[in-house]
Design a protein around this ligand. Structure first.
Ligand code: HEC
Length: 240
């Protein structure tokens, strides 16, 4: 929904601009409405490359780009983190200096010493894990590309492979720690089994009618990822 909303906002901003209206646009940078074409790579994916679509975007959406923080509606501090265009266009395009993570605010705030400037704020689950910080660093260092490579195989669905990786990318930013959202901890095998058995995890990721849609904002998991969960559950949720 937020992607559609951001596209709508982009078009709306463009129309308002063409009408010569003097309203301040939230995202004056033209990249916001002229997205750089995505670079889509066919599998096999390069294990040394960070892919925006699969690695960075789910992390930003689940850790930053949700309601009340950096979604389109709130745009805290002028920063929207729900799509490639919004990441590159926020703050007049100053959030990310492609190739130069040390000069990119998006990276700097992740390793900030001052707890008042650290992102995500300590009471919102910050700081990110070192692996997650490294991911953002690597993506910027490699040129902050709008790149994508999907090599998801729906039949390969071990816990330590597919399941844990998907949860880490899209869910554990909210579902970890002493007081996880919904009291659902998704950082251990036992926690995930419990969420499937007692909290309808599968319905949540499939966006079934009477389930809480998870993740609550941003892109849903892909069909292939959902099939991996289905296979893993059908196999008895092994800790493999
Ligand atoms: C941005 C934070 C956030 C992210 C990311 C997120 N969740 Fe949640 N989740 C919540 C909140 C908040 C609740 C509690 C919702 C409620 O009870 O109204 C919740 C509840 C749940 C529940 C319990 C639902 C129920 O009805 O009991 C499950 C299961 C769940 N999430 C799974 C996931 C999975 C799987 C992912 C990743 C694909 C995910 N969540 C990503 C915030 C998040």
């Amino acid at each position: 929904m937020s992607l559609r909303t951001s596209a709508f906002f982009g078009i709306f901003t463009l129309l308002v601009g063409m009408m010569g209206c003097t309203h301040e646009s939230m995202n004056p940078d033209p990249d916001f409405i002229n997205p750089v074409n995505p670079v889509v790579q066919d599998p096999p994916c390069d294990p040394n490359l960070v892919y925006f679509e699969q690695d960075v975007l789910p992390l930003l959406q689940s850790s930053c780009g949700y309601a009340g923080c950096h979604d389109v509606a709130t745009a805290e501090d002028g920063v929207i983190l729900v799509s490639y265009e919004s990441v590159m266009g926020s703050k007049g395009g100053d959030l990310v200096s492609a190739g130069n993570p040390q000069n990119s605010e998006l990276y700097e705030v992740l390793v900030e010493d001052n707890p008042n400037k650290l992102m995500p704020p300590p009471d919102e689950g910050g700081p990110l894990s070192q692996d997650q910080i490294d991911l953002i660093y690597g993506w910027i260092e490699q040129g902050a590309l709008n790149n994508s490579c999907a090599d998801c195989d729906s039949t390969l669905a071990s816990y330590s492979g597919a399941i844990e990786l998907t949860l880490a990318a899209s869910c554990t930013s909210c579902h970890s720690g002493a007081n996880p959202d919904g009291q659902v901890d998704l950082t251990s095998h036992a926690g995930v089994v419990n969420a499937v058995t007692n909290r309808n995890l599968l319905g949540c990721i499939r966006h079934d009618a009477y389930a809480e849609a998870m993740p609550p904002s941003g892109n849903p998991l892909t069909d292939c990822q959902i099939q991996q969960f289905q296979h893993w559950i059908d196999a008895g949720m092994p800790n493999d």
